[in-house]
Design a protein around this ligand. Structure first.
Ligand code: PLP
Length: 433
């Protein structure tokens, strides 16, 4: 299977090139040249399959031409060591809980899959270490570090702004050791990102070592997110609710939603999608007006969705041939201010006893407002509420239990290297590694 650039369809790459490079050379995003459909037979019997079996079927449609069958199966099964269960919240609203992985957020699925796929492509060449550089404002660093932990032939460098990530987040990538190095940058997130970008352009460095990125636009990170939409449908079908399914996705960079839309193209019987935004509402405004106007991001309590110019919007346009009518026939939007998010957390808790995180709360609230009679709504609960403990506790007026896994990170010993934000000190560390 070839992957083409969303900027220019004649620029193509193989899967391994697309995974190793991340971004196309013209700075477009890679898209699948073909979206293979799944057979009706599979959908008729999908409720009898397990999550892993379903995920392997879907993965084969994406990666089956490029990865040996048994290896692909191992990659999928290894990735999904945790479940993504669907939980009834109220009447016709279900939560698809994506927070049962190592760092308690949905990015674990993509990060784990990508680590294993990259490991597969560099097999036999492990002495020539691949160095993954990742700049993070919190959640991406933890998912990538934990996803790649212990993978042979790969070293991960996490750059994060000193004093600007929560203690819970910091503990998830500074306590791991092994093939993970945390670099604490005296600066802000943009400085971290600038260091990574400069490194990719630096000739000496690129001669000295193999460098790659693991950000969310990588096809190996975003496509596997389709798996859990299929599983959600299967589990609803099992309950006799596999019709008129509406899926609501709390969105920031829109990778998660795009993988769901691709699932629909593959034949998954989802009636329509809703993208739920916080106050960063450029896609909401596009869906209302047809105009896409990128903005600076605004800080909110659902901070993993604080994106002013979502990268994956280019993929959504590509998927529908930039046809506004087609897009809005399958997708509508919602947007919520911080006070509305807090209110949703509070009301859902008092009504149902279910504790939402601020991101999932946007999804829940959008369904409350936009679901029609006879429809079954599923929102993606993208993170465990304990990751946003103070915010959630202020909304529900009660303490949130911290899962043992999160406590274990916080007990770990912090190991990080402090660097300033000029490129030379970063380069020196990499050159001497
Ligand atoms: C990354 C993230 C999102 C947004 O996902 P996108 O794929 O960027 O739209 C939502 N919620 C949480 C908790 C996240 O970490």
């Amino acid at each position: 299977m070839k992957y083409y650039s969303t900027n220019n369809k004649s620029i193509t790459a193989s899967l391994s090139e697309a995974v190793i490079k991340g971004l196309a050379p013209d700075r477009g995003l890679y898209m699948l040249e073909r979206i293979n459909t799944l057979s009706n037979d599979l959908f008729d019997n999908i409720d009898k399959l397990t999550f892993k079996e379903i995920a392997f079927e879907v993965a084969s449609k994406f990666f089956g031409e490029d990865v040996e069958k048994e290896d692909l199966k191992n990659i999928v099964y290894d990735t999904l060591e945790f479940d993504c269960p669907i939980v009834k919240v109220e009447d016709n609203i279900f939560a698809l809980e994506l927070f049962h992985g190592p760092t308690l957020a949905f990015k674990d699925v993509g990060a784990r899959f990508m680590a294993r796929l990259l490991g597969y492509f560099i097999k036999g060449d492990e002495t020539n270490t691949v160095n993954v550089l990742v700049a993070t404002s919190g959640d991406t660093g933890s998912a990538v570090a934990n996803g790649f932990l212990g993978v042979k032939g790969i070293h991960v460098w996490v750059l994060y702004p000193k004093g600007k990530v929560s203690q819970i987040q910091e503990s998830q990538f500074t306590t791991l050791g092994k093939n993970i190095t945390a670099l604490e940058v005296d600066g802000v997130f943009d400085d971290c990102q600038a260091l990574v970008k400069t490194a990719f352009l630096d000739e000496d460095l690129n001669k000295h070592m193999r460098l790659t990125s693991a950000n969310s636009i990588n096809v190996a990170r975003f496509l596997p997110q389709a798996f859990y939409y299929f599983n959600a449908y299967a589990r609803l079908k099992e309950k006799g609710l596999g019709h008129d399914v509406v899926v609501c996705v709390p969105s920031g960079n829109f990778g998660n939603l795009t993988s769901g839309l691709i699932g629909k193209k593959m034949g998954l019987p989802i009636k329509r999608f809703i993208s739920a935004n916080n106050a960063n509402r450029v896609v909401f405004d596009y869906l209302k007006t047809g105009q896409y106007i990128p903005k600076h991001s605004i800080q909110t309590i659902a901070n993993a969705m604080d994106v002013g110019d979502p990268s994956n919007f280019a993929r959504i346009l590509d998927l529908y041939g930039a046809d506004y009518k087609k897009i809005t026939s399958e997708l509508s939007g919602a947007t919520f201010q911080d006070d509305e998010i807090l209110k949703a957390i509070k009301e859902c808790y008092s009504l149902n006893g279910y504790i939402l995180d601020p991101h999932g709360a946007c999804g829940y609230q959008a369904l409350k407002e936009m679901l029609f009679d006879g429809e079954t709504g599923v929102f993606l609960e993208t993170a465990h509420p304990a990751k946003f403990k103070p915010t959630v506790e202020s909304a529900i007026g009660k303490e949130v239990d911290v899962p043992e896994r999160l406590k274990a990170f916080m007990r770990g010993k912090k190991q990080s290297i402090e660097i300033n934000k000029d490129f030379l000190s970063f380069k020196e560390i990499l050159m001497n590694s």
